[in-house]
Ligand binder design. Structure first.
Ligand code: KG4
Ligand code: ZN
Length: 339
């Protein structure tokens, strides 16, 4: 089969990104304009500012993606774009731009689910990876355990009932005065702390479920900090970071390995921003070694939001001829496996 080149666009949150990807696995370019420095001042993403900054950046980002890949629009087989989930104003910038390009250049348009994109980042990193496998998607907005049955066929087996894993990292980091985004900062500080210093709770449900809850551990950390401050006790921030991180990674590990057992699957592909957490990677690899289960994850730049992962997901949709019409609208609450 002739190879396919996808131009992909991602703008669901605070990164404006465009990429050129060949056959879902080979990245020719992956340009990412991050707005993090701007949002840091506000302690989190401000949706109005995000939309405006996407508008300012998108044209140059897409042109650069084509330039770096040494291709023109003529060489592109299809345009892939994230249409949900995410911030509606942010999504619309990338989507409308992609629709305009698809119309003008007479190229097929492929709408991509952002969470599916995160999972597909693993196809770029691991050239031989094919379903079935279990994916643990841990990002700023989502926490899912997914059975990836085949390309594009997902069964969600567990999800968070409150905060996403990344959100808990960000909120705890904020309380510790570490700034935004908090995940990488906690990851770094935790290396100097004792993960067993403080016994933060691990949420367990009574029902037979693979769901998560992270608001309890987050509140426990906030209470611990408040209590210490009222009693004028100086806290060891590194111990807090390490103990909090251990509580999160313990729960993620237990549920994802239980899924492998239930489904008799031997591969776990982690995805999303929190997949670059060094403690999570280690905890899963150690357990994987014991149980003979392979742990896969993308390099860090492919874990956090980027368009290359969207290009990979779009390729597998193109193979199935899943082309979208130009009336496609942004879906801020799009679920995995939904259209
Ligand atoms: O996937 P992503 O870029 O955006 C969403 O789709 O949400 O994930 C961003 C999240 C943030 O919450 C950030 O704090 C977290 O990923 N993150 C990390 C690490 N790097 C990024 N969390 C823990 N450890 C890290 N090293
Ligand atoms: Zn994301």
């Amino acid at each position: 089969m002739k190879s396919k080149l996808i131009l992909a666009i991602e703008s669901s949150c605070d990164e404006t990104s465009a990429a050129v990807v060949k056959d879902g696995r080979e990245v020719f370019s992956n340009i990412i304009a991050s707005q993090i420095d701007t949002h840091t001042k506000f302690g989190g993403v401000v949706p109005e500012i995000a939309s405006r900054m996407h508008i300012e950046a998108i044209d140059a980002v897409v042109k650069e993606a084509l330039n770096v890949a040494h291709v023109t629009l003529d060489d592109i087989d299809a345009i892939g774009v994230t249409y949900g989930p995410g911030l509606v104003g942010a999504l619309l910038v990338g989507l409308e731009y992609a629709k305009g390009l698809a119309f003008a250049a007479k190229k097929p348009l492929i709408g991509v689910n952002h969470i599916e994109g995160h999972i597909c980042a693993n196809y770029i990193e691991h050239k031989e990876l094919e379903p079935p496998f279990v994916s643990l998607v841990v990002s700023g907005g989502h926490t899912y355990i997914v059975h990836v049955k085949e390309h594009g066929a997902y069964e969600v087996l567990g999800q968070t009932r409150d905060d996403a894993a990344g959100e808990a990292f960000d909120k705890v980091a904020r309380a510790l005065g570490l700034g935004y985004p908090g995940g990488p900062k906690i990851d770094k500080l935790a290396k100097e702390g004792n993960p067993e210093a403080i016994a933060f709770p691990r949420a367990k449900f009574h029902e037979d479920t693979l769901d998560f809850s992270f608001s309890g551990v987050k509140s426990a950390v906030l209470n611990y900090l408040n209590k210490s401050s009222m009693q004028n006790i100086e806290v060891n921030k590194a111990d807090v970071a390490a103990s909090f991180q251990r509580a999160i990674t313990d729960v993620l590990r237990d549920n994802v390995f239980l899924t492998c057992e239930n489904k008799n699957l031997k591969k776990i592909a982690i995805a999303g921003g929190v997949a670059s957490n060094s403690a999570l990677r280690k905890v899963l690899m150690d357990e994987g070694d014991k149980r003979g289960i392979e742990i896969l994850f993308p390099e860090s730049i492919l874990c956090t939001d980027n368009a290359a992962m969207i290009g990979s997901a779009a390729y597998f949709e193109l193979l199935k001829n899943n082309i979208y019409d130009l009336a496609l609208n942004a879906k801020p609450n799009l679920k995995l496996g939904e259209r």
